[in-house]
Design a protein. Structure first.
Length: 394
């Protein structure tokens, strides 16, 4: 089995023009597009061209950036971008994360992709064909594609290519997000009474929110560990979030905020900002001074920062899919787990993203279905997607 050694993050760029694969003439004939369309595969660790594309493409997410590929590289994943160019302009593509297990099987997944500028069906066909070709060349036994929201619907095209719906997402199927195109008064008025009271109490009692620095990472690490013990989840190694912060913060795509009282830090939050969205990736609370509502103050300050930076959405990075469906159909449960209730209390809109689609080698298809239905399988895929639990937790 191909060990994927040539798609490690440190490998040189691997450029493959369409003429080397399907040929521009054939592409034009089959898909009805200009022979000027070509494809390329890039496995560099840093891909500024691609990251700039993700920053403007509909549905673009930090999960599709080469920066995220570098974060996941330290967990054993390799990243490759399949790109489509038209008249020399990048018009579509996706980042695929790959991993080889024991040298005998390789799997890959595309989270919040593929991405496109425009609605050109022919370009989508070229991209999906190149993705399949690349998967065959890497001998992937399992390929998961989870499309973004806000872009072209590719579910029908994936289905036509023998992909089937999966019950196990690589990133949250649902989330709650706040529309930042409103003033602060409107945003505050939209929150639940408990959230408003907490935000105001924190301000009255002297909770201060300040930007975090490298020196605050040890506190953030300890606060996340304490939060994990209280809520009963297994956190990533401390280096994971620190690496995330360092990789994304270099050019302003990450922000660490700290809530403190009388100079004593109480909680800290890591934000990832990309495209039109700021994502609340992880919050850690020391467990002290709950009467000061430091987390409420922290999220409120994060929302204000995201709005001031010109972003459109503040995303709480996942809610349980069943809860999201019930909220949307007007049958919201009366009792919710604390993290779910907390996220919904800020008054954001609930969004459900397209379902994940899989294509699996026949010999292991049954085994994959069994894993999908198991708690252990959901935990593993949650870790793959950069979440601390299975779907819905962030």
């Amino acid at each position: 089995m191909d060990p994927l050694v040539d798609v490690t993050p440190t490998a040189a760029a691997e450029v493959a023009l369409a003429s080397a694969h399907i040929g521009p003439d054939r592409a034009a004939k089959v898909h009805g597009i200009s022979p000027a369309v070509r494809t390329a595969v890039d496995a560099q660790g840093v891909d500024e061209e691609w990251d700039a594309f993700v920053a403007t493409a509909p549905g673009g997410s930090y999960l599709q950036t080469s920066r995220w590929g570098r974060v996941k590289a330290h967990n054993g994943w390799a990243a490759a971008r399949i790109k489509v160019y038209e008249e020399g302009q990048l018009v579509g593509g996706c980042q695929l994360l790959l991993r080889s297990f024991a040298g005998v099987a390789a799997v890959g997944y595309v989270a919040r992709g593929p991405l496109f500028h425009g609605q050109r069906t022919a370009v989508r066909g070229v991209l999906l064909e190149e993705l399949e070709r690349y998967a065959r060349r890497k001998r992937l036994v399992h390929l998961k594609v989870q499309p973004p929201g806000g872009g072209p619907d590719v579910i029908a095209e994936l289905t036509a290519r023998q992909f089937v719906e999966s019950g196990l997402p690589a990133c949250p199927r649902a989330t709650t997000r706040i529309d930042l195109r409103r003033d602060s008064e409107d945003l505050l008025a939209a929150t639940a009474k408990s959230a408003r009271n907490g935000i105001r109490a924190a301000a009255r009692r002297g909770v201060v929110i300040r930007p975090g620095t490298e020196a605050d990472l040890p506190f953030f690490r300890a606060a996340v560990q304490r939060t994990a013990r209280r809520q009963g989840f297994s956190p990533y190694a401390a280096s994971y979030y620190e690496r995330m912060w360092r990789i994304f913060a270099v050019d302003g795509h990450a922000r660490l905020l700290v809530a403190e009282h009388d100079g004593v830090p109480l909680s800290a939050q890591l934000l990832l900002a990309y495209n039109d969205t700021v994502t609340a990736k992880m919050i850690g609370w020391s467990g002290e001074r709950s009467d000061l509502h430091p987390n409420r103050a922290l999220d409120w300050a994060s929302i204000q920062w995201a709005r001031a930076q010109g972003h459109t959405w503040y995303d709480f990075d996942g809610v349980d899919l069943s809860v999201a469906r019930r909220v949307l159909n007007g049958t919201r449960p009366q009792r919710l787990p604390g993290p779910q209730r907390y996220k919904l209390s800020f008054g954001g809109e609930v969004v459900i993203f397209p379902r994940p689609m899989d294509r699996t080698a026949r010999l292991i298809a049954a085994a994959v279905r069994i894993v999908e239905q198991s708690a252990h399988g959901k935990h593993l895929v949650g870790r793959v997607g950069g979440r601390r639990r299975s779907e819905g937790s962030s």
